[in-house]
Write a protein that binds this ligand. Structure first.
Ligand code: SF4
Length: 280
């Protein structure tokens, strides 16, 4: 059985940077925390926990120590709270997410109504929105824009993982609702590049494995994209979930992984399939 690993599988730039910063911070201060999981990988979170870094739900319970800000950012009030408590802040917010936060802040200060294209429940979006004043609206589709009030000036910013197509549709709808539109394309192409590559690979193989956290939105999206082209597509978090029956009559297996999947987990999966090959 031939195993083909997608070139762009696994950590993107922002996740790699955040993970490195977290591992570097481990051991420097015996009270080191992250606010929420640092990235959407239970295995990385578990590894950090074994080094003494605990994921907190809020800053309420701590009065001192080091707080690491996760790759997809936090709300402004959390940063303010950390400063007020004089915590040591390790800001691992991905620079692309930070750009989106800064645009919302400057647009809002300049009097624009701000439209954030994204998923209102996603912590990245909640963080981005928190940098604006009162007129900030989250929209997921062009339909949502129709419900917005008329505004003279509209600023548009996107959640980094949005599709360009959706941003374009929403900008078109915004043109009908405001006189002046200023658009910042804050989409990060790491996600799109992974999806395109995964799509291509899924079409060439007989079975496709997508590795990544069950709670990771970008991994689930990869799964959907692959399943469109390859019905035998499976989502696993680790090598332990591999079911050998998936590979019956399979000649080529493709592997990709979400942006928050560490290399060691990808290697374990590749090795396990390699061993299956030998025992054939
Ligand atoms: S997907 Fe893009 S924006 Fe998100 S953490 Fe990775 S590099 Fe940053």
């Amino acid at each position: 059985m031939e195993v083909i690993l997608a070139k762009q599988a696994g950590f993107c730039f922002g996740v790699k940077r955040a993970t490195q910063m977290a591992f570097e911070a481990a051991g420097k201060d015996h009270k080191t925390y992250t606010l929420g999981p640092i990235i959407h990988s239970p295995q990385v979170v578990g590894k950090l926990a074994s080094l003494g870094i605990r994921a907190l739900d809020s800053l309420e319970d701590i009065e001192d120590g080091t707080i690491i800000i996760r790759s997809h950012g936090v709300e402004q009030r959390d940063i303010n709270e950390a400063k007020r408590k004089d915590l040591n802040i390790v800001d691992a917010t991905c620079p692309f997410v930070k750009k989106a936060q800064e645009h919302v802040k400057s647009l809002s200060e300049a009097g624009y109504g701000v439209v954030v294209v994204g998923d209102a429940d996603h912590p990245e979006v909640q963080g981005i929105v928190s940098y604006g004043k009162e007129n900030v609206f989250v929209v997921a589709s062009g339909e949502d824009v129709k419900k917005l009030p008329k505004m003279n000036k509209i600023g548009v910013v996107a959640q980094t993982t949005q599709s360009f197509e959706n941003l374009k549709n929403i900008v078109c709808e915004c043109l009908q609702r405001g006189g002046e539109i200023r658009v910042y394309n804050t989409i990060c192409d790491a996600t799109a590049v992974r999806q395109e590559e995964a799509k291509e690979l899924a079409g060439q193989v007989d079975c496709m494995l997508v590795i990544g956290g069950f709670n990771s939105a970008n991994t689930r999206r990869l799964l959907e994209v692959c399943a469109e082209f390859q019905p035998c597509t499976y989502h696993i978090e680790t090598a332990a979930e591999i079911d050998t029956s998936w590979f019956k009559d399979v000649e080529k297996v493709g592997i990709t992984a979400g942006a928050s999947t560490p290399k060691w987990i990808i290697d374990e999966v590749v090795n396990k399939i390699g061993k299956l090959n030998k025992s054939d």
